[in-house]
Design a binder for this molecule. Sequence first.
Ligand code: PBG
Length: 326
Amino acid sequence: MAQFPEYRPRRLRRTETLRRLVRETRVSVDDLILPLFATVGQGVRKPIGSMPGVFQTSVDELVRDAATAAELGVPAVLLFGIPDHKDETGSSGEDPDGPVQRAVAALKRELPQLVVITDVCLCEYTSHGHCGPVRDGEVQNDEALELLARQALSHARAGADIVAPSDMMDGRVAAIRQTLDEEGFADVAILSYAAKYASAFYGPFREAAESAPQFGDRRSYQMDPANAEEALREVLLDIDEGADMIMVKPAQAYLDVIWRVKELTGYPLAAYHVSGEYSAILAAGRLGWLDADRAMEEALTAMKRAGADMIITYWATEFARRQRAR
Ligand code: PBG
C-alpha cells in the first residue's frame, strides 16, 4: 500500500459527492423489516411507554401502519401477538382467530405484495411467560416442539410467507419444517432466530408484548452473551434442520457474531436491532445527548457492514420517510 504523503486518505473525503462515490455500505429501505404488535379489538392504538413510536394495535390499525410502511417501500413486516387469554401451554398462539392469524389474513388481502413474517413463540401466550411449557420449574424442550409446530402451521394457514421461531428450543426448526411440509406448506419459508442471546436489551419488548417471564429468566434456553463459537454451532444446526434464513439477535452488541455467521454460511442473514437498542438511542436523543437520527443510521449501517442482509428494526418506517425526504 502507498504511504503518506503520496497516499492521503482525506482526498476522498472532501465533499459529500465524493464520499457518496466511494461509500462501501448502504442501508436501503429494501433491507428493512418492520415489527408490529397485533392485539384484539378494534380501533386500538396503545402506545408502549418504553418504545417511542411503537404501539400495540388492533388488526385494522395494524394494516394501516403496514400500508404506510409498504407505501414507503418497506418490503416486510414481522408480527407479534398479544392475545386476550393465556394458559400453561400457550394454546391461544394457535387460535385461527388469534390476533396474529387475523392480522396475517388481513395483510395478505389488503397488501398482497408485502412479505408477512410471523414470530413463532410461546412466551406471549403462556401464563408463566416462558417459551415452552414448564414442569418442576424447568422449561420442557421436547414438549414445546409440537406446540411451536402447530402455532407455525396456524400462521401458514392464515397466509404467512415466512415463519420465524424465536423460542430457542432445540430441534424446533426441523419440527416446524416437517409439519409445514406434511400439511402442504412446502413454500412457506423459515427464518430462524438461530443465535439469540439472553439479553438485557429485550427489556422494552417485554412491555410491548406483555411477555416477561413470571419467574426466573430465559438463560436456560437463550444463549450466553459471552459465546460466539456456540452461535456458529446453533446456526449450522438450524440450517441442517431446514432454515432458509437465519438471524442474529440482538444486533448492535453482536456485530462480531453477524460477521462470523455470514462468513461461515453465506446464508441470508437478518440482524434484529432489538427494542432496548432502539429505545436507548431514542432516549439519549430526547435527553439531547446525541442526534438520534444519525445514531440510528450509524447503527444500521454497522449491521450491514458486518454482513447482515436484512435488518429488523422499529425504525423502518421512519428510516424510509427520511430517505424519501432527502
Ligand atoms: C419472543 C421474542 C422476544 C423478542 C423477539 N421475540 C423477547 C424475548 O425473547 O424475551 C425481543 C425483541 C426485542 O427486544 O425487540 N421470544
